[in-house]
Design a protein around this ligand. Structure first.
Ligand SMILES: [Zn+2]
Length: 420
């Protein structure tokens, strides 16, 4: 089997820069992929779409009483603007934002212990004036770590905008120890839309051209991160699989989609399923690769399909001698919009062991990743692909088990948004 780890690793090197959604870095990453596709002998197509993006013009967090402190802060994108001179209000620490924490918080600036959709929803309903959310680890060295940049998504802003800031955990502890009474948040930002896109190509099946297996991997990264592990690795693995299918023509059509703006909320895959609604009938399975390459780690398949597919993969890894773990569960990546349309999916992931690799930080770099590890994972995906893409009869039923359907609905916050 002509699968070469070195080739995959060399593609990672070409993508070794920050590829944040809607930025030049993301476009540069897309160009690398398009050039590689041409090099393989196929024509890439690019499907552009718009994604929310923002620019913070001014952000400031001050504790104004009983003592004055100015705290390092990043503004939450899409959380709106404060008044020009800021919002000054009583400060309250609401911890987990349960009902008991939220008595009398209307019009106040609240600090939470961590932020999520549910916490935001409760704050919005309690009509707070502003929020402060800590991030990172108390022991982070400010010289060696970046203060996170976060933005509110549609699931948040459906409840309205509350100007908010993100601070370091160490500062959050410092603030609470000082028993603050009043705080001021100043936030000015431009909220707009930027350009992103998917890169696509395919190899038409020689026998069943209308039965399609889709391969997905996102090529964008988060802010501060070169995203070698997350997910230049998956993008490069898809290119190697494409090379394999060009040399070994498949019985069924294999379509490759490198998705943009996954990290901002699965925009690329959501756009694809929306814009190609008619073609979804033909798609039998989605194979998504997100996170691969750590030298120390564990290959894992996360299956969003009937459990027979779990058993098949389990028998197969034993048969071919590829140690791995299996989960019958959903996975937060580009497989979700496909699974939401009833298309079964398998995610191939090589999780780094704790501490072996870093994700969503400036430390997601090339060094803890090896060509050999990338090759091992890709080889197994190619072997698995051979079984299903070239099967005498397509073996995977086009159905998502009910328990996973409810998990997907919950993940996409369908019920919450409908109830309100
Ligand atoms: Zn990822």
């Amino acid at each position: 089997m002509d699968i070469k780890g070195k080739r995959i690793y060399d593609t990672l090197k070409k993508m070794n820069y920050i590829r944040l959604s809607t930025t030049e870095g993301e476009q540069k990453g897309a160009k690398v992929i398009a050039d590689e596709i041409r090099d393989i002998g196929l024509e890439p197509s690019f499907e552009a779409f718009k994604v929310p993006c923002y620019e913070i013009i001014k952000v400031k967090l001050e504790i104004t009483e009983p003592i004055y402190m100015e705290i390092e802060a990043k503004g939450y994108g899409y959380s709106g603007n404060s008044a020009k001179d800021g919002i000054e209000a009583d400060f309250v620490y609401v911890e987990s934002a349960e009902d008991i924490d939220l008595i009398g918080v209307e019009g106040k600036i609240v600090m939470v212990s961590s932020m999520g959709y549910e916490v935001y929803e409760r704050l919005a309903k309690a009509k707070v004036a502003g929020f402060i959310a800590p991030s990172g680890d108390y022991f982070d060295d400010p010289k060696k770590t970046d203060l996170d940049e976060r933005m509110l998504r549609k699931g948040h802003t459906d409840y309205g905008q509350i100007p908010g800031v993100c601070i370091r955990m160490k500062d959050a502890v410092k603030i609470i120890k000082a028993s603050p009474v009043k705080a001021r948040i100043t936030l000015e930002q431009k909220e707009e839309e930027g350009d992103s896109g998917n890169i696509l190509t395919q190899v038409i099946g020689t026998k069943y051209p209308d039965e399609v297996i889709v391969y997905t991997a996102h090529y964008d990264s988060v802010v501060f991160s070169k995203g070698m592990y997350d997910n230049a690795s998956g993008s490069a693995i898809l290119l190697e699989l494409l090379r394999y299918f060009v040399k070994n023509p498949p019985l069924r059509t294999v379509r490759f989609i490198w998705c943009g703006s996954e990290e901002r909320g699965l925009f690329g895959s959501k756009y694809y399923v929306k814009d190609h609604e008619e073609e979804l009938k033909q798609i039998r399975l989605c194979i998504n690769v997100d996170l691969a390459g750590p030298v120390i780690g564990r290959d894992t398949a996360i299956v969003i399909a009937e459990d027979k597919l779990c058993h098949m993969i389990e028998y197969m890894y034993k048969e071919v001698g590829h140690p791995m773990s299996l989960r019958h569960d959903i996975y937060s990546s580009d497989c979700i919009p496909f699974a939401d349309k009833g298309i079964p999916a398998v995610n191939f992931v090589r999780y780094g062991a704790p501490g072996a690799v870093s994700c969503h930080t400036r430390n997601d770099v090339l060094e803890p990743i090896s060509a050999k590890s990338l090759e091992n994972t890709t080889r197994f995906i190619a072997q698995f692909s051979n079984r299903v893409v070239n099967a005498y009869m397509f073996p995977v039923e086009k159905k998502i088990p009910d328990d996973l359907v409810s998990k997907i609905d919950k993940y996409l916050r369908k019920k919450q948004l409908k109830d309100d």
